[in-house]
Design a protein around this ligand. Structure first.
Ligand SMILES: [Zn+2]
Length: 126
């Protein structure tokens, strides 16, 4: 609550700057783009960016199972990314198109079982 001088928006972006300049992120981004054949998940145009399905926050930015998990990343073109980020598109943050073109909540697939995700839930309580 100290650095008010920069303004809230600057702060919001500032927390992710370190991630986006890291090699780990660049590798991950490249991997996701390649996985998706550089195809935008929304308009099937040429993707040049990747989008975090579960939005990054200052709380989860250090959680590699969110920030650097290919399962939480989709390839998007610049236009669609801007729409998603601004919430102005016809698909909302947290939702994705499935294989049939239906809008489904992006949180459905569990974020586990992937290489970078070291966390495992404790044994289920019955
Ligand atoms: Zn697009």
């Amino acid at each position: 609550m100290r650095s008010y001088g920069l303004g809230v928006l600057d702060m919001a972006k500032d927390f992710s700057r370190k991630l986006y300049s890291s090699k780990a992120w660049k590798d991950c981004r490249k991997e996701v783009l390649r996985r998706d054949l550089y195809t935008c998940a929304y308009c099937y145009g040429r993707a040049s960016e990747v989008h975090h399905v579960i939005e990054l926050t200052p709380e989860n930015i250090n959680d590699i199972s969110i920030a650097l998990n290919p399962d939480n990343l989709i390839s998007v073109c610049h236009d669609c990314h801007a729409k998603i980020t601004l919430g102005g598109g016809d698909i909302r943050e947290g939702y994705v198109f499935d294989d049939n073109g239906n809008v489904v909540p992006a949180h459905t697939p569990p974020l586990q079982g992937h290489g970078v995700c070291a966390k495992k839930p404790d044994a289920a309580h019955l």
